[in-house]
Write a protein that binds this ligand. Structure first.
Ligand code: AMP
Length: 134
């Protein structure tokens, strides 16, 4: 069965899309650990990120870098932190999280539950800071 993220890419499940190209897709995490938390995935479904073929692995991170720069411009933060976990969704993804302290990227704490309006607002803001998207 297709992963929830493949279903998002296929448009079967709605998402707060930030950017996409032929091979990659970025969208807001609906239960973020911090405001502006974005997930970056390869469109090709593969569970373990370290099973991705070298060239595709490189291009995934280059795509993520561009998104991270857009997040950094959008959300007041010291850094955009990176996490790769994958314990919940078996489709490789990079978490990009705006952080001011290590506690901002703590996945064991209770996650946020932003409203549709709040998600749409941060979606628009990040998109506006990524040249050439959507
Ligand atoms: P993990 O697999 O442990 O790296 O976590 C998966 C992440 O995907 C979690 O942070 C979830 O909040 C997020 N997530 C799960 N389903 C969706 C969805 N439909 N849209 C956006 N984010 C999701």
């Amino acid at each position: 069965m297709a992963s929830v993220f493949s279903r998002i890419v296929a448009g079967e499940i709605p998402s707060y899309k930030i950017a996409e190209d032929e091979f990659h897709f970025a969208f807001l995490d609906i239960n973020p650990v911090a405001n502006g938390h974005v997930l970056v995935i390869p469109k090709k479904e593969i569970d373990n990120i370290f099973d991705i073929e070298d060239q595709e692995f490189q291009s995934l991170w280059i795509f993520a870098k561009n998104i991270a720069k857009g997040i950094q411009k959008s959300i007041p933060c010291l850094k955009v932190g990176i996490s790769v976990i994958g314990l919940e969704v078996p489709h490789a993804h990079i978490h990009l999280v705006p952080i001011n302290s290590i506690g901002d990227i703590n996945f064991s704490k209770t996650k946020l539950t932003p409203s549709k309006e709040e998600l749409e607002k941060v979606q628009k803001l990040i998109i506006s800071n990524i040249p050439g998207t959507i």
